[in-house]
Ligand binder design. Sequence first.
Ligand SMILES: Cc1cc2nc3c(=O)[nH]c(=O)nc-3n(C[C@H](O)[C@H](O)[C@H](O)COP(=O)(O)OP(=O)(O)OC[C@H]3O[C@@H](n4cnc5c(N)ncnc54)[C@H](O)[C@@H]3O)c2cc1C
Length: 391
Amino acid sequence: MSGTVPYWLDEPYEPRPPLQGELETDVCVIGAGTCGLSCALQLARHGIGVAVLERGTVAGGASGRNGGFLLAGVAPFHNDARERYGAERARAIYARTYAAQEDVYALARDLGVGDAVRRVGMLRVAVSEDEAEHVRAYARALAADGFPAAVVEREDLPEALRHGGLVACLTEHDGALHPARWYRALGGAAEAAGARIFENTSVHAPVEEPGEGPVLTDAGSVRARHVVVASDGALPVLVPEYAGRVRSRRLHMVATEPVPPLIETLVYARWGYEYLQQRPDGRILAGGFSDVDGDDSYTDSDDGSPDIWERTRRYLAGELGVDAAITHRWAGVVGYSEDSLPYVGEVPGREGLYVSGGYSGVGNVPGFMGGRDIADTIAGRPSEPLFPPGR
Ligand SMILES: Cc1cc2nc3c(=O)[nH]c(=O)nc-3n(C[C@H](O)[C@H](O)[C@H](O)COP(=O)(O)OP(=O)(O)OC[C@H]3O[C@@H](n4cnc5c(N)ncnc54)[C@H](O)[C@@H]3O)c2cc1C
């Protein structure tokens, strides 16, 4: 069983032409995922010239291969984040991502792609006594900081989750994406605002700071005053000084054929190692078992592991009673950082070179926010840095 085209990307698509020749602009963005596209849109809205260079296609990286969970917060659960980063910083991070999540809903409505960004809520389900205690503490921590969170006892869980689920936390503000449709709409909006996007345009590594020379590709080059490396999983290759801090990692997903209605919310189970959503057409989109992939998971190749896909299929059949054929199976590459927080901003000592990466598996909202923050910084309107690139 080998990989297939990701379900999200399995639609007709006409890529834009690659970059040919020399180009001069204000900002060169490398990568057309959530970060690169939101950065490009915001720059264009500020009236700043921007060219986006993408090795594959818009949303062809992790942004178009992911679980489609539009979550407030960052990779660690909020109660763990309070312990790791301090209560004040954790609250600030959640508050900013919570506001950015609202911005995504509003922008999707404005762009007429509200069906690709649906506020369905998320159930974080505990499947062991230890985890149940943690889920209750998680709900308490969110509520204590003023964010919506409700405990759902076992008897009130949707039937499909009662088999293994003990208790859950419902976060109603979280949403379900069709990531490829959402990010392709974001790319279209950036372009309509004035950004230029070049697909099938691979940038040579390592990327230099703007003062040291242009950004080079196979068939062209870009001279810009600012260069933004918005390539989560490829950050260690493109900017090697991050190689020790961010590790490329592959994560797996499957899609089933449509099944009768089972679950309306997003589901995060077993500490978030398993996650799934049911699409309006009935398909289940599920990922998981990165913890059993071991050292093999640390790779920048998106060749997937048949064992992980099979394990996910068995999980769906055994835990949720979803006995449906798997129609799509794929993997995507992301960047994991040591402290599970991304690096976002101008690299210290390298004038005009900005990075974004290390989202550690949760990037749909933080990546959108990170790209926008970098654009605002370039426009001379910086916000309080949440994820310093120099730590
Ligand atoms: C299976 C899976 C499930 C996930 N589930 C979720 C989820 O449900 N919710 C969530 O919030 N996050 C999830 N994530 C994480 C999320 O997808 C990422 O954090 C996020 O997409 C990172 O966005 P980005 O724009 O930084 O990077 P990317 O989307 O990876 O974009 C970077 C782009 O850079 C391009 N690039 C790389 N090298 C070069 C080069 N040399 N030249 C030009 N272009 C280059 C790549 O082709 C890529 O398109 C998941 C990830 C995976 C793989």
